[in-house]
Design a protein around this ligand. Structure first.
Ligand SMILES: Cc1cc2nc3c(=O)[nH]c(=O)nc-3n(C[C@H](O)[C@H](O)[C@H](O)COP(=O)(O)O)c2cc1C
Length: 183
């Protein structure tokens, strides 16, 4: 089962990036990330059947289409979803790669709320896109700072790692078995 992860933070030392890398390390199967920082601003004139998608958009769509499940990891900005991530999701609406795709949303924040507003908004948006939001695989991680090792930029907090593993196993269970005859 192939997992594709998107991060809502472009920061080099992002705590959500650390969560993402740690989660990929726990995934039982191939996994990759998509660079959403290079996407142009969403423009409906560049979208749809009569338009040629800009190259970074086409690459994102191909990566999402090839994935069996999606993991969205993001900070919360002013009680909302970071613009770079919402922009990426907007590019995936009409092309439909997220339709029926199992998806987990994880938000991490230094605050005690764990980015709950952004988490709820992402679930709502992905649900509207008819992705299959796997509630049991979604997490809000509070007080993320000390849970990340500054040198390795990975989560080292054992309860958080255990919980991440549990979230990912719920996500994996939501992936339908391959149809008969599929290699
Ligand atoms: C513009 C901006 C707005 C923020 N708003 C929130 C917020 O509403 N809620 C929250 O929990 N943290 C907020 N934060 C703090 C982020 O959670 C914190 O900077 C976090 O480390 C960002 O994630 P990252 O480490 O993955 O880049 C905000 C940070 C920035 C830069």
């Amino acid at each position: 089962m192939r997992l594709l992860a998107l991060s809502g933070s472009l920061r080099a030392r992002s705590s959500n990036g650390a969560v993402l890398r740690s989660a990929l390390g726990l995934w039982d199967g191939p996994s990759t990330t998509a660079d959403i920082g290079a996407l142009p601003h969403f423009n409906p004139d560049l979208d749809g059947e009569d338009a040629t998608a800009p190259a970074p958009v086409a690459a994102l769509r191909t990566a999402v289409a090839a994935a069996d499940a999606l993991l969205v990891v993001s900070p919360e900005y002013v009680h909302g979803v970071p613009g770079v991530l919402k922009n990426a999701l907007d590019w995936l609406v009409s092309s439909g790669e997220c339709v029926h795709k199992p998806v987990a949303v994880i938000t991490a924040s230094p605050s005690p709320t764990g980015g709950d507003h952004a988490n709820a908004q992402l679930r709502e948006t992905l649900g509207m896109m008819t992705g299959e939001v796997v509630t049991a695989a979604c997490r809000e991680i509070p007080a993320i700072g000390p849970k990340v090792d500054a040198t390795t930029q990975r989560v080292t907090d054992e309860p958080t790692l255990t919980d991440l593993a549990s979230a990912l196993s719920h996500l994996a269970k939501a992936v339908p078995p391959p149809a008969a005859g599929t290699p």
